[in-house]
Design a protein around this ligand. Sequence first.
Ligand code: GRF
Length: 217
Amino acid sequence: MPSKSCNVVVLLSGSGSNLQALIDSCAVPDSAVRIGAVISNRADAYGLQRAAAAGIDTAVLDHTGFQGREAFDAALVACIDGFAPDLVVLAGFMRILSGDFVRHYQGRLLNIHPSLLPRYKGLHTHRRALEAGDVEHGCSVHFVTEELDGGPLVVQAVVPVAPDDTVQSLAQRVHTQEHVIYPMAVHWFANGRLRLGEQGALLDGQPLSASGHLIRS
Ligand code: GRF
């Protein structure tokens, strides 16, 4: 272990395959990443079981028990900060976060989105890419800002669309790439290589292009 590892808190609502990829990526000598906790707004999220199996602390904060977004987000901040994170990673956390939340974690909040942003913000990205006849699709890791799915891009994986692709087949190939680029970006951050500057994301002190670091499969 490095003298001080980067304490990461992961938020999720579902299967947690991206969490699993991150857990697996830490099984190397001297990993700079340490997953301190996994928090879900859903008690039935399978990602919680993955975390428990890896010996990671978990917490559930059910949004339906709160009067509105601000109240839930304030409780969520308290829960997250109880684990003193250096970085907060959204991995399929199906909640829109308030401005206060996002500002609180500015520069230490990452998200992964299943499209080549800025294309297809929001939901149903694979279907929308197919319906548009795109020849390329993919996924993006970005710093989170107040604009939904709109923060500075860190890394994108480009996935070619095959003529016979279905939503399922395309989603599966994009997911595989998510499991490559998300751990990569988290380890960059943990190793002090990635940060959010005033004009956008910086890797090794150099500004990344508007689309972030590009990977083609
Ligand atoms: C991924 O497709 C990610 O891009 C999106 O939510 C999904 C989470 O999948 N933000 P999983 O729970 O990590 O399998």
